[in-house]
Each structure stands twice: as structure tokens, then as C-alpha cells.
Design a protein around this ligand. Structure first.
Ligand SMILES: Nc1ncnc2c1ncn2[C@@H]1O[C@H](COP(=O)(O)OP(=O)(O)OP(=O)(O)O)[C@@H](O)[C@H]1O
Ligand SMILES: [Mg+2]
Length: 252
């Protein structure tokens, strides 16, 4: 049997000595779409950052394996090279860097190819802009400078498309995302997934609306650093109707 793409075995972690995740077991197979839900402060973003290798978090127990290989000793850039991707919840504006320049750097970091030609990047970027129904001028915009919520999401989807990750993690907890921005994410992820069906997706979200358009294979509910329930897409519908308390109560 081959090892699953991502496996968390009894993972616990802390930040500044405070325990956040407490014994997470999670298996994400190739091509699967998983949604991670749960109340504010449950540890959802922490889980994604920990898998990416953020130095903010210390693994205090368990193992994180990518295709059976322990990631513990690997820096975030090594993990990115192995195909792990995390789109940040609050991407910073980077002064003077355009979308196309940023993507060129990110692709270099991902592939280890230092001298990618702008033309090459430009061509596949144009291809994706077209496929995703975005304006070509978007590539020349400065990264996140004055980006609307929807434009930030477009940028996130472009990263997803061009970096060709094997495990794509999206943290969609942006408050105030309108329905158009949610659709950009849902249809963007679906388009990329259709082109690269082996890519697995782990999406953090509070929005059932997002999951109605991006049908997940599995939904997990994280409360107080523990997964208290896992199920299919119908679990998200249950949460929408009855809240997290109903899920917590039925998990006891
Ligand atoms: N670097 C850190 N240092 C100290 N505590 C932290 C750190 N990062 C997260 N925490 C704490 O860990 C808990 C989980 O935070 P996390 O951001 O993972 O929650 P979340 O489930 O993503 O919440 P939300 O839905 O609001 O985005 C919170 O209590 C938070 O304050
Ligand atoms: Mg969060």
C-alpha cells in the first residue's frame, strides 16, 4: 500500500508554551477535497500553518507525514518544494512587486529553477487568467496594493494554478468576503482541480456557501484543538442549520 499524501498522527502543538492542537489524526489522500470547519480560535489556521512549517508553532507530539516522509525537520521552503502550499489568510501588500513578478519568484522557489523567463511565466499566467475569466492587466498590478477582497482571492487562485502544488491549503476565514469572492474561490479551485485531479485540497472555512459550490469529500470539525466530528458534505449543512454546539453534543 502506498502512503497517503498527508497524514497527521496524534499531532499536538503549542505556541509560546500554550497548547493549541491536542492530538489530531487526519489523513488526506491524493485528489481529495477536505474542509476544516470550527469556531473562532479552534486551531484551524494553526493546523494549516503547522503543516506548512511555520516556526511560530512547536510540534509537541505526534507526526506529520507527506507521502510517508516525516516533515518535522523540514523548513517551509523545503515543504513548498515537496508540493505543500498555503494561501495566507491576510496576505501583506508587498510594495513594488507585481503579480507576475511575485509568481515568478514563487515558482522558482517551488521548482528550484532559478532563471525562469518572464515570458514563460507570462504565457502560463495568461493562459490561466483566460481560463479563470480574469483580465490580463491583473498580472501587472502591484501585489495586494489596493486589492479588493475578490482580487485577493483571484491572486490566491493564480498561485494555486501556477505553483502546481500537490497539497493546497486555503485559509478562507477572511471576514466580509462577499458572495462573488466566495465564487471566485470555489470555481477557481474547481477549475484547477479539474486540470490537476491528483491535487488534494484542504480548505479552512466558516462558509457553508463556499462548500455548496466546492463540494468537499470530507468535512472535519475542529473544536478546542481536537477534531470532534468528521463526515461528508452533509456535516457542513448540519452545522449551518444547528451550529457547532449540535456537532459538539453529538460527538460526546
Ligand atoms: N502565535 C501564537 N501565539 C500564541 N497563541 C496563538 C498563536 N497562534 C494562535 N494562537 C492561539 O491559538 C488558538 C487557535 O488559533 P487559530 O488562529 O488557529 O484559530 P482558528 O480556528 O483559525 O480561528 P478563526 O476561525 O478565528 O480564524 C487561539 O486561541 C489563538 O489565540
Ligand atoms: Mg483562522
Amino acid at each position: 500500500m502506498t502512503a497517503p499524501l498527508l497524514e497527521l498522527r496524534g499531532v499536538s502543538c503549542a505556541a509560546d508554551g500554550v497548547e493549541i492542537l491536542r492530538g489530531i489524526d487526519l489523513v488526506v489522500g491524493e485528489g481529495e477535497i477536505h474542509a476544516l470547519m470550527g469556531p473562532n480560535g479552534a486551531g484551524k489556521s494553526t493546523l494549516a500553518s503547522l503543516v506548512m512549517g511555520s516556526p511560530e508553532y512547536q510540534l509537541t507530539g505526534g507526526q506529520i507525514l507527506l507521502r510517508g516522509v516525516d516533515l518535522t525537520a523540514l523548513a517551509p521552503e523545503d515543504r513548498a518544494r515537496l508540493g505543500v502550499f498555503l494561501a495566507f489568510q491576510h496576505p501583506e501588500a508587498i510594495p513594488g512587486i507585481s503579480v507576475v513578478q511575485f509568481l515568478r519568484q514563487a515558482i522558482s522557489a517551488r521548482t528550484g529553477v532559478a532563471d525562469l523567463s518572464v515570458l514563460e511565466v507570462r504565457l502560463s499566467l495568461d493562459d490561466w487568467l483566460n481560463r479563470l475569466g480574469m483580465d490580463r492587466a491583473f498580472a501587472e498590478r502591484y501585489l495586494n496594493e489596493g486589492f479588493s477582497g475578490g482580487e485577493r482571492k483571484r491572486n490566491e487562485i493564480l498561485q494555486l494554478a501556477l505553483l502546481e502544488p500537490d497539497l493546497a491549503m486555503l485559509d478562507e476565514t477572511d471576514s466580509g468576503l462577499d458572495i462573488d469572492a466566495l465564487r471566485i474561490v470555489a470555481s477557481g479551485v474547481r477549475s484547477v482541480h479539474a486540470m490537476r485531479p491528483a491535487m488534494a485540497v484542504l480548505v479552512v472555512t466558516h462558509y457553508v456557501r463556499l462548500l455548496e459550490e466546492l463540494i468537499p469529500d470530507f468535512v472535519h470539525v475542529l473544536v478546542d484543538g481536537r477534531i470532534v466530528a468528521s463526515g461528508d458534505a452533509s456535516l457542513a449543512v448540519l452545522i449551518d442549520a444547528h451550529g457547532y454546539d449540535a456537532v459538539k453534543a453529538s460527538a460526546r
